[in-house]
Ligand binder design. Structure first.
Ligand code: TYC
Length: 102
């Protein structure tokens, strides 16, 4: 702080005030059965992708086995994983959605 007689004011800020939250990647995994259009729909509906981006990500997952839907704080990432898994189960598709710490 401002020490007696130092003539210097020191601004102190606690670490927690400036610490950014950990970020989490939400990933889609490929499988042999989920229709491509269903995956594109998931990316548009739950991750707010344009049709063009959704199609690019879907093909990336189809080709590489895995692809990134977005990067979010823990609570948002966890909610999206749950929403996608519930949606896939409801339509009886084996689509898998997971999150990983960046
Ligand atoms: N491989 C699937 C098919 O050929 C399409 C697919 C893409 C499935 C992405 C899942 O996360 C996925 N119908």
């Amino acid at each position: 702080g401002a020490g007696s007689g130092s003539g210097t004011a020191v601004i102190t800020r606690s670490k927690s005030q400036t610490q950014r939250p950990s970020m989490y990647r939400v990933l889609l995994l490929n499988d042999d059965y989920t229709p491509m259009e269903f995956v594109v729909g998931v990316l548009c509906t739950f991750f707010h992708k344009t049709l063009e981006d959704a199609e690019r990500i879907m093909w990336q997952v189809h080709t590489n086995g895995v692809g990134e839907c977005g990067v979010y704080t823990y609570e948002v990432a966890d909610t999206k994983v749950t929403q996608v898994m519930d949606h896939a189960r409801k339509h009886q598709h084996p689509l898998q959605c997971v999150m990983e710490k960046k």
